[in-house]
Design a protein around this ligand. Structure first.
Ligand code: SOE
Length: 381
């Protein structure tokens, strides 16, 4: 059967530009789909760099102005891999031009901006998705299945952490490639929007909406050189953010993220404790799911470390053979696979912009709470 081409226009060529391009290139090798992504054009301001990126990844053409990319008739879908402060403008223009949109996380700088993006894609009726890739790590997808199957029973606790250590050195600049994440004008926030956004997305998916939150943030390094101006400037992002909260299902939430946990590089962990069973997952050991079931016989009851590589595990039948694991990059391949299947069936893959907006409003409530040191209700989407 001939595959329907889906012409991709990629904006940005950084870490995520590579992760997504790799996913588009691989997806049809492993999954049987009706669509095939075609790497049609890569776009970025720096012509030499975007040309080098396009050549390396096999994009057919380049643009240096995203508006031109969006105006092109031969582009079906726009992939936004640019800093957070550009997502809304690009996504709204792309929706108005009738393009599908795959947008990097977090969706927007804040909830109200995200709402405008939701309105734009829904008004235009264009398929859309946000790259919260960790949902599609097979062990995390398995956690979702176990919860949906009712294995845990009533949920009491949800605990998540995302710990890094790459900004402890005060010489790390704010602004510039990669380090735009430290510049509040480009990122909107610090670890909350960059790291907690992942934890919140997974949590809302696994455990439903948060009702209210109480947070604290800290900026440990108060001034950094700005890559654009060379000047020492005040740092406006949160270096660390911790919050507690209450889910609508009555369970209690505890979340922590920081870039100052010496020794931890990307330690995203979550644990869910239910009346019958508990689940624990760790990004540093991403192909395993830890599961404890109190209903197991007493003599052998204990934490099981499930090696999520069997054919019956989510996504795994399409990879190698049981026992051989996959990794980080595959979560993006799975996201493209689900997106393409959603296009074919008309049942869009999650998280759509509207679904991802829920995370944005949790983040707003977290930052508002940290600012005024009070509990904040989370706006319902
Ligand atoms: C930051 O270091 C970062 O790359 C995030 O931007 C990603 O979203 C996260 O998955 C890994 O860490």
């Amino acid at each position: 059967m001939s595959l329907k081409p889906l012409n991709i226009g990629m904006i940005g060529y950084g870490f995520m530009g590579r992760a997504h391009s790799n996913a588009y290139a691989k997806v049809n090798h492993f999954f049987d789909l009706k669509y095939k992504p075609v790497l049609k054009a890569a776009c970025a301001r720096d012509e030499a760099k975007v040309k080098a990126f396009a050549e390396k990844w096999g994009y057919e053409s380049v643009e240096t102005d995203w508006r031109k990319l969006i105006a092109r008739k031969d582009i079906d879908a726009i992939d936004i891999c640019t800093p957070n402060n550009t997502h809304a403008e690009i996504a709204i223009a792309a929706a108005e031009a009738g393009k599908m949109i795959l947008c990097e996380k977090p969706l927007a700088m804040n909830g109200p901006e995200g709402s405008k993006m939701v309105e734009a894609v829904e008004r235009a009726g264009v398929p859309n998705i946000v790259w919260y890739n960790y949902r599609r790590v097979p062990a995390v997808t398995l956690a979702k299945k176990l919860i949906d199957d009712g294995k845990l029973g009533r949920i009491f606790h949800y605990r998540a952490k995302f710990l890094q250590d790459w900004t402890i050195n005060p010489e790390v600049p704010q602004g510039g490639a990669g380090t735009w994440r430290l510049d509040v004008a480009a990122a909107g926030s610090g670890v909350s929007g960059d790291l907690l956004a992942h934890c919140i997305d997974t949590a809302l998916w696994l455990n439903g909406d948060l009702a209210d939150v109480c947070a604290m943030t800290e900026t440990f390094v108060k001034e950094r050189k700005h890559a654009a101006t060379g000047q020492i400037q005040k740092v406006g992002i949160d270096d660390a953010c911790t919050f507690m909260g209450r889910f609508k299902n009555g369970s209690l939430a505890s979340f922590e993220s920081t870039r100052y946990a010496r020794g931890h590089k990307a330690l995203y962990t979550f644990e869910i404790n239910g009346e019958n069973a508990s689940i624990f997952w760790d990004l540093h050991d991403l192909h395993r799911l830890q599961y404890f079931d109190h209903r197991d016989g007493g003599l052998t009851r204990g934490w099981r470390s499930i090696h999520v590589t069997d054919g019956e595990h989510p996504y795994m039948a399409n990879w190698w053979v049981p026992g051989l694991q996959i990794g980080y990059e595959h979560s993006f391949v799975h996201q493209v696979k689900d997106f393409l299947e959603g296009l074919a069936s008309g049942n869009l893959a999650m998280p759509t912009f509207r679904d991802a907006l829920r995370t944005q409003y949790v983040l707003d409530a977290v930052l508002e709470s940290a600012a005024d040191q009070r509990w904040h209700k989370v706006t319902t989407v």
